[in-house]
Design a protein around this ligand. Sequence first.
Ligand SMILES: [Zn+2]
Ligand SMILES: [Zn+2]
Length: 249
Amino acid sequence: MLWVRIVFMEKVKLKAVRERLGAMVDALASFVFPEICFVCGRLSRKPICADCLNSFPLITGPKCARCGKPTALAVPECRECRGRGFKFVTAEAAGRYDGSLKEAIHILKYCNGKRLSRQMAELVTSGIDERLMSADVLTFVPMTRGKEAKRGYNQAELLASDIGSLLGRKALPLLLRNRAFKPQSELSFDERRRNVRNAFEAVRPVRGRVLLIDDVYTTGSTVSECARALKRAGAVEVMVATVARTVID
Ligand SMILES: [Zn+2]
Ligand SMILES: [Zn+2]
C-alpha cells in the first residue's frame, strides 16, 4: 500500500503547487491587466482594450469639409448641410456613432466618463485636421445645471479638458445653457433646430479661433447654436470636433 500513499502525497503536493502557481498568475494578471475593458468586459491594461479600440468604426475616407459626413468624394458641402447656415466653419468626428463606438460613448455619457474620456480624447486628436489643432482655445457644449448635477459630470467638458491637454491648449467653460429644453433625441429634424435656438450664451468675451467639443454630432443644430453664441461674444471662427457622428446613408 506504500505506493498508494506515495501517489496520494504527490497529488497533495501537486495541488499545493498548482494553488500557489494560480495565486501567482492571478497576482501577475492583476499587475499586467489592472482592470477590465469597460466595453467588452475582458482584462485590459486600459479602460478600453486594444481590440475594442480597433473595432471602432472610424471615419478615415473622404468627407464633407463642412459637416464631416463621410462621402464618396471629398466635397466642400454635402446634401445634408447645404443651405443650413451653420455658424461653425467645419465639424469633424473621429468615427461613426455606431457599433462598439456607440456602446463606448454610452458608457462615457452615463456611468464612467472620467475613466474613458482620455482614450476618447486620443481618438479625436489622432486623426484631427491641422486646422482644428491650431485653435486658440477649446470649449465644450454645456449641460443644464440640473442635468449635470444629476450625472455628476459633463462628458463634453471631460473630453475638452483631455483634448486640450493633448493639444497643449486651454479648455475653458465659455458657454451657459440658459434654459432647459426637451432632449434633442425625442425630436424631429426641424424641431431640433427650433428647440435649441438661442439656448446658449457666452459667459465671457471670447477671442480668437475656438474649437468646440462634444461627444456626438447628430444634426449639427446644437453645435451651430453654440457657435452662434461664441461668435456673438467675439470668436473669430468656431470649429467643431466630436468623438462620433450619426451617419444616415
Ligand atoms: Zn474591450
Ligand atoms: Zn456636409
